[in-house]
Design a protein around this ligand. Structure first.
Ligand code: HPA
Length: 253
């Protein structure tokens, strides 16, 4: 089940439940020390290079953000051989460069979630880790993602601050106004604890934010609908296969 030649793993968010380009797919459902991941880990090839895919909410989007077993998902990816994770996160845009259908690779985050299992140090008797998290996304791996987008000619905003909210409801206008004052550019429900756990596990981790809508009070829309979210994710997702091919080009066979 461990693939020594795995280039990286991709975690798909809302609206991204599979990678159609994946060839020679093997599926694994590993039971981790934290239980089962949200769904099968699909390991296959793109452009001859091996890559893993996991749908964060399950392939039928059955698991809401606050109920995701983030620990099992990341450990399952490690069990198939992943050392690097590219996390696709559907987000709302707060500041002007981050409008709907933009792809963004944030370099900071603020965690507003609560009540989630957010560390490997949860169980009594586990070693307490105080991992450095000043740069929550692995700078070198992030740099590779941004460079690959440039090579592929895929437009991407380099940098920005991801605010992770609890959900599953969307935010109030006042909550978004506060997040803007705090310095957030993007808002989503799944960026944490995933990024923090990845750091505890020693995984290189980068986020690809797919902007689906203007966050509450930021655009002209009277309300945010799932139809709008899914349509914009589909539009923005056309950049993902060329980005993945360019990113995989940087890895050996
Ligand atoms: N807020 C939080 N999460 C989201 C949003 C939003 O506006 N859009 C997509 N995911």
């Amino acid at each position: 089940m461990h693939h020594a030649d795995l280039a990286f793993a991709v975690i798909g968010g809302t609206g991204v439940y599979r990678i159609a380009e994946l060839e020679d797919v093997e599926s694994h459902l590993p039971e981790t020390r934290y239980g089962f991941p949200s769904g099968p880990v699909r390991v296959g090839r793109i452009a001859g290079k091996r890559v893993a895919f996991l749908a964060r909410h399950g392939e039928a989007h059955g698991v809401p953000p606050h109920r995701i077993n983030y620990r099992a998902n990341l450990v399952a990816l490690q069990m198939v051989g992943a050392t690097r994770v590219l996390a696709l996160n559907t987000v709302g845009g707060i500041t002007e460069r981050f409008g709907p259908t933009v792809l963004a690779c944030p370099d900071q985050l603020i965690d507003y979630t609560w009540g989630r299992i957010s560390t490997l140090c949860e169980e009594p008797g586990t070693d307490v880790l105080h991992v450095d998290f000043g740069d929550p996304y692995s700078p070198a791996w992030r740099g590779q993602v941004v460079a690959a987008a440039q090579r592929a000619g895929v437009a991407m905003v380099d940098g920005g601050c991801y605010g992770a909210t609890q959900g599953p409801r969307l935010e109030t206008k006042a909550e978004i106004a506060r997040m803007r004052r705090d310095g957030c550019d993007l808002v989503g429900m799944t960026g944490m604890p995933e990024a923090g756990l990845a750091r505890e596990l020693g995984l290189d981790y980068a986020c690809l934010g797919i902007v689906a809508n203007w966050a509450a009070g930021c655009g002209d829309a009277a309300e945010i609908t799932m139809a709008e979210v899914l349509a914009n994710v589909e539009t923005a997702s056309s950049g993902i296969p060329p980005l993945l091919r360019a990113l995989l080009g940087g890895f050996g066979a």
